[in-house]
Design a protein around this ligand. Structure first.
Ligand SMILES: Nc1nc2c(ncn2[C@@H]2O[C@H](COP(=O)(O)OP(=O)(O)OP(=O)(O)O)[C@@H](O)[C@H]2O)c(=O)[nH]1
Ligand SMILES: [Mg+2]
Length: 621
């Protein structure tokens, strides 16, 4: 059995950075509390028999939210067996809280080393600390570290390798006894002990630099704060359009060239058709959006690592309170702009059950990155590329509007749920208590690494699931072949053609074509697949011989018409068609009823809004 050591400490002190360094993993890191919400294990580099466990941050083992519960249960040995030792991570820029936590951890009676982290930041702000005294007072070895420096991680690794190993006949203490011991701890006494230690070990306190105070005064300004936040978001969408454009053109031309090359090299027939209309049209259709997704992720990562996000949560606390939520929901909700799956998991940090459930319910309405290709395709096809009011790119503005539509809808749903809960007398609201992390220059190595990881994940999806679904769809659109002497297009006689036409009546009132109906089915695996699927369906059905490869937009522009295109956008603001999200909601809420209710309301909203959009736009034209 491997020896297990658990990383424990207050939120945002660098546990996961250390975990990644110790084990060579790539777990998510960001500059706010509540990033890690689940237990994660990895093998210590160069020591195969030692397992390191990363845990959610917590200020105390008296847990109040689900993520803190994970940490408490893990160290008490309620999840698996008890760890054989603790690597306590302390934040040098937040010593009092960290020490209190370490004193509490000592109650567990496990072997322990302390990594006093964020040393680089603390030192640059003038902190001087006597490590030897600190270590003596705490009665455990203390290492001064900056988890972002490889040498420091190595020092921790060596210290960890010195800790006692697991022995199979080790006696496990009684959990009830430990819980009782923890319950007897008195917070005031712990703080008093921590203060005594600080008195002895801190030679000079740190001070926040002037620029930090000025930056905070500006970004948290009572009147300017929210306009600044909106400006930052608007600039991001502008960048998504303006900077991605040239690269997208290259990719598009590259795939067009590839398609033409395959068509001219291979003999005309089934193989060439599969490659050009199935694979190149499908995979190329999605890959075109890689630059936009990369830019969006880069900005999200930058914001995450800077320390700005919790400040946004703080400013929006009042606004969110009106909808029955609080600033606590902000970060989970923000994660849903990348993907609803981690967002639903991040809701674990919310301790009020109703607030948590509402957050989970509205997370899928916020625009995830997989919807970006769908939006971008339609915007590219129907919104002219021009500059309005001198500075704004109209396409970027439309995209911003769609994101805004998601946000407003989410708020409206939360409001309705608040009204509902109020009728049942079930609304309790608590003021937000949260610690604002200090601003830090983002760590560009981390950002580059995380960005690459996400880009690689997108590429991998294009190469696996999107590839496979494109091939399957191609087969469905090609077979069975048209009978001798058929008059219609060959695709009309295919399996996909028949299926699409069978489903279409349901979506007729929304103006959807049967090709769209077909494309939405594989789109359930991942939303961006719908674009790949449209590429394949239209490529196979193309009248002309030449490959259309990734140039979907002209088809959308000519074939759909404005009402249909707008209705499809409206549909995708809500569309619950992401199996991964629904599965996560089921797992996190542990309720089939809630999962069905959430799916149902999303479906109804999608249908109603797409219907209204289609009918109104048609009426106006
Ligand atoms: N400058 C500096 N930054 C650090 C150091 N350790 C971590 N960070 C940064 O601190 C932030 C928090 O790091 P995480 O590893 O996510 O913190 P965590 O303790 O796992 O946080 P939770 O999972 O939310 O409890 C990130 O922005 C890191 O880049 C350090 O030693 N020096
Ligand atoms: Mg973490």
């Amino acid at each position: 059995m491997p020896t297990q050591y658990a990383l424990v400490g207050i939120p945002n002190c660098g546990k996961t950075v250390l975990f990644n360094g110790l084990t060579g993993s790539n777990a998510k890191i960001a500059n706010y509390a509540g990033v890690t919400v689940d237990r994660r294990a990895g093998k210590l580099i160069a020591h195969d028999d030692i397992e390191i466990i990363d845990l959610p941050g917590t200020y105390s083992l008296h847990s109040t939210s689900l993520d803190e519960q994970v940490t408490r249960d893990a160290v008490l040995g309620k999840i698996e067996r008890r760890p054989d030792g603790i690597i306590a991570v302390a934040d040098a820029t937040n010593l009092r809280m960290s020490l209190r936590m370490i004193l509490e951890l000592k109650t567990l009676g496990l072997p322990m080393v302390v990594s006093l982290n964020m040393a680089d930041v603390a030192q640059s702000r003038g902190l001087q600390i006597d490590i030897k005294t600190l270590s003596e007072k705490l009665g455990v070895p203390v290492l001064l570290t900056a988890a972002v420096r490889a040498d420091d991680v190595k020092a921790v690794r060596e210290a960890v390798a010195q800790m006692p190993r697991h022995q199979d006949n080790q006696i496990q203490p009684d959990v009830i006894f430990l819980e009782k011991k923890l319950g007897q701890l008195d917070t005031q006494t712990l703080y008093a002990q921590a203060d005594d230690i600080l008195q002895a070990a801190v030679l000079q306190n740190m001070a926040l630099p002037n620029w930090h105070k000025k930056l905070d005064a500006f970004l948290l300004h009572p009147a300017l704060g929210i306009p600044i936040l909106l400006t930052i978001l608007l600039l991001i969408f502008q960048a998504v359009y303006a900077w991605a454009e040239p690269v997208m053109t290259w990719i598009e031309e590259g795939f067009a060239w590839l398609g033409a090359w395959v068509s001219s090299t291979l003999p005309e027939g089934i193989l060439a058709d599969l490659l050009v209309n199935g694979v190149i049209a499908g995979v190329g259709g999605v890959l075109v959006f890689l630059p936009q997704i990369t830019i969006l992720f880069a900005f999200i990562l930058l914001l995450e690592d800077s320390g700005y996000l919790p400040r946004a949560a703080f400013m929006l606390d009042n606004v969110l309170a009106k909808t029955g939520l609080s600033g606590r929901s902000f970060i989970p909700l923000l994660s849903s702009f990348a993907c609803a799956v981690p967002a639903v998991m991040a809701a674990r940090t919310i301790n009020n059950p109703r607030e948590r459930l509402v957050t989970i319910a509205i997370a899928p309405v916020l625009t995830c990155s997989a919807r970006l290709p769908v939006y971008a395709l339609i915007i590219g096809a129907i919104i002219p590329e021009k500059t309005v009011w001198g500075v704004f790119n109209l396409q970027g503005l439309t995209l911003f509007g769609l994101y805004l539509a998601g946000i407003v809808s989410a708020a409206a749903v939360a409001l309705v749920l608040k009204w509902w809960a109020k009728r049942e007398g079930n609304v309790q609201q608590f003021p937000l208590l949260m610690e604002l992390p200090t601003f830090r220059i983002p760590n560009f190595r981390h950002i580059a690494r995380s960005l690459w990881e996400r880009v690689a994940a997108f590429l991998k999806r294009a190469g696996t699931i999107i590839f496979a679904l494109s091939v399957i769809l191609w087969a469905m659109t090609t077979f069975p072949a048209a009978p001798e002497g058929a008059t219609g297009a060959a695709i009309d006689y295919s399996l996909a053609g028949m299926l699409g036409k069978a489903i279409q009546p349901i979506f007729e009132p929304l103006g959807f074509t049967w090709q769209m109906c077909i494309a939405m089915i594989p789109g359930m695996a991942a939303r961006e697949v719908v674009v790949a699927a449209l590429g394949t369906v239209y490529a196979v059905g193309a009248e002309s011989e030449e490959a259309i490869s990734s140039a979907l937009s002209p088809i959308v522009a000519s074939d759909w018409g404005l009402p249909t295109a707008f209705a499809f956008l409206a549909w995708y603001i809500y569309a619950p068609m992401c199996l991964a999200t629904l599965a996560t909601i089921r797992r996190e809420t542990k309720s089939t009823l809630h999962t069905w209710l959430i799916t149902g309301y999303l479906f109804v909203l999608a249908y109603v809004f797409a219907f209204l959009t289609y009918q109104v736009t048609k009426g106006l034209m």
